[in-house]
Design a protein around this ligand. Sequence first.
Ligand SMILES: Nc1ncnc2c1ncn2[C@@H]1O[C@H](COP(=O)(O)OP(=O)(O)OP(=O)(O)O)[C@@H](O)[C@H]1O
Ligand SMILES: [Mg+2]
Length: 299
Amino acid sequence: MAYFMAVANRKGGVGKSTISVMLAQAFAIWGKKRVLMIDLDSQCNASLILIGGQGWRDARNNDKTIADFFYDLFDGIPAKPRDYLLPNVGDVHDDTGKAPRLALLPGSLLLEDIQGELFVRQSRESPSPEVVASRVRGRIENLLRRYGASYDLVVLDCPPGLSLAALAALKTADKVIVPFKPDYVSQLAVDRIALLIEDKGTLDALSNIPQNSRRYACLANGVRNTGKDRNLIEEIGLFHPMLETQMPQKDAIANAFDWEPGLRSLEQKYGDGLADMRKLYDEVAPMLDQATKLQAANE
Ligand SMILES: Nc1ncnc2c1ncn2[C@@H]1O[C@H](COP(=O)(O)OP(=O)(O)OP(=O)(O)O)[C@@H](O)[C@H]1O
Ligand SMILES: [Mg+2]
């Protein structure tokens, strides 16, 4: 069963899609893992980074998106999860010149519509909005888990906000990476998502869970070399598990957002952001290794 890693924050524009793709490519190329990226955001940025605009339009025309998978299943069409995936995606090659084992379940603008439709359907069976929401979330969780069988790692790029798909991803994830940009609302955003991930009502209750037992880790992204950034990161780190790696604000990282036709090396894609990506990978990779060892010991 795959290790599920969600990249989430309710706040928009903090680097979720950028970090998701970096992690997926790092595990596929450096870790030689079988990786699947599931794009849960209807803005579809992770898909655009991995297959470009034309690739994403082709996926839509060929009914290969997360929305097609969900619609088919809910309509009782025998859908095989792998039929909706694109294999060997991304515009980088590994050290042998080949595209890595990185598959994508492309995102769709229709994912939000599906959640609404599912909600209406489930509402016929229960009058309680809470019950309906938890059933819809549970169904999405089940669908996500179906992708666990054939991969070592499934990366879930979450949308900003709190859709049922985002909540399902938080429930499914073995680990949630919470990128944040150091600014004055980041503390609040991290607090809120941490409460959701750990299912606690107050920060006091959250603080009773030792930091090293929590299911999430924060990642400062877009960091500038200023005292203000350092102080904000330190303050958040007092209450929340914080990765030692900090991703600096760099043009090279911003440029890596752009898909280019053909395959290039990681150095060509990430430029001077590659060392930061490597540091992040080296810190996160042991989480997967530990989980794999634990799983093997339990079997
Ligand atoms: N470390 C960084 N240095 C420079 N630019 C960055 C960095 N991280 C992200 N960006 C840029 O910031 C913008 C937002 O990043 P991204 O789309 O990954 O965030 P997001 O959290 O996924 O946004 P959304 O909430 O809209 O899904 C993009 O233009 C991206 O290229
Ligand atoms: Mg995004």
